[in-house]
Design a protein around this ligand. Structure first.
Ligand SMILES: *[C@@H]1O[C@H](CO)[C@@H](O)[C@H](O)[C@H]1NC(C)=O
Ligand SMILES: [Zn+2]
Ligand SMILES: [Zn+2]
Length: 323
């Protein structure tokens, strides 16, 4: 079955790409870092040096490469949706709210994306060093008093971490995200959470519309009840694989887009749930990673679900109270 192999290969390739990007963008974690470092070394033997420099500047210095890639992917997906799916759907007279929902969600998503990229994540500077130091208590398990950052020459506030890419200590450091070319910290984690949520919902709404469309095509054409004559001359009732294959041959790009969206939803949805879970338990990715290596779970900074969300969505009120 040629078609099935093609599709399996495509799905495999996609999963591979998505996992590589996930690993690369979360490269601050230690063991993975070792694996990646070795992979980089292995690649350095085969890749030309200009390409290596390019890759290294994408991941180790601030660069807009992933921001651009993100926007290009958005554009491709929506060009396909607008150019191919939309007019079929309008002919089928589906609920118009469903049809335009992806556009509303992507607009929201782009706004949060912009905010993530452009909002200062909470750099610790000379002016606000003492303010930052007063926000969180040191737990003496993950964060120790009287720790000076050797690069910034400032005291390290609890829950902060120095980001080598941004060249600064970041208050309530979460991680450095290459997709937004910025750190995620105290002042932009709220935009990042909303960005992830809106991106997952955008992908889900697109997938829903396309699925409804393909189902309508199957139902209207009575494809499931159709029979075909196989190469041996026997009459066969159309099976599900046959129907999928038929859809694929009729709308190849739409079916590929749907496959891409499903895999994206799987990975992105999982990651979104994970980060929201950390948010309501008041932990950062950095602390989650550190805690796994410390025997006996550290106490943490939780103040109850509402308190934790308030801390994330109103990052300034907490500062004033402690001052
Ligand atoms: C500290 O002040 C700088 C500007 O001097 C600002 O960009 C940064 O976000 C402030 N840090 C925090 C944690 O508010
Ligand atoms: Zn620093
Ligand atoms: Zn950074």
């Amino acid at each position: 079955m040629d078609f099935l192999w093609l599709f399996i290969l495509y799905v495999f390739f996609l999963v591979l790409c998505v996992s590589v990007f996930c690993f690369l963008s979360g490269r601050s974690s230690g063991r993975l870092h070792g694996v990646l470092h070795r992979a980089e070394q292995a690649l350095s033997l085969v890749l030309p040096s200009w390409l290596q420099r390019g890759i290294s500047s994408c991941f180790h210095t601030r660069s807009h490469a992933f921001v651009l890639l993100h926007l290009v992917l958005d554009t491709l997906v929506f060009a396909e949706y607008t150019g191919e799916v939309l007019h079929y759907i309008l002919e089928l007279e589906l609920n118009w709210a469903l049809v335009y929902l992806p556009y509303i969600l992507i607009t929201l998503n782009l706004y949060f994306f912009y905010k993530c990229c452009r909002t200062d994540p909470g750099r610790v500077t000379k002016q606000n060093e003492s303010l930052c130091l007063g926000v969180y208590e040191y737990d003496e398990v993950m964060f120790f008093r009287s720790n000076k950052c050797p690069t910034c020459h400032l005291m390290k506030p609890a829950r902060s971490k120095h980001c080598g890419v941004c060249g600064s200590c970041i208050q309530r450091f979460d991680h450095h995200c290459v997709w937004v070319n910025n750190c995620i910290g105290a002042r932009n984690i709220r935009f990042f959470l909303l960005y992830l949520l809106s991106l997952t919902l955008t992908a889900a709404s697109l997938a829903a519309v396309i699925t409804v469309f393909l189902l309508q095509v199957v139902l209207l054409s009575h494809m499931m009840a159709a029979a075909y004559v196989d190469s041996g001359g026997h009459e066969e009732i159309a099976s599900l694989v046959y129907v999928i294959q038929h859809l694929f041959l009729t709308f190849p790009r739409i079916v590929f887009l749907l496959g891409f969206l499903f895999i994206l939803i799987l990975f992105l949805g999982g990651y979104t749930c994970f980060l929201w879970y950390l948010a309501i338990t008041n932990r950062t990715t950095n602390e989650w990673y550190k805690a796994r290596r410390i025997p006996g779970a550290p106490k943490g900074y939780s103040r109850g679900i509402l308190g934790n969300l308030k801390e994330i969505f109103q990052p300034y009120t907490g500062y004033k109270k402690k001052r």
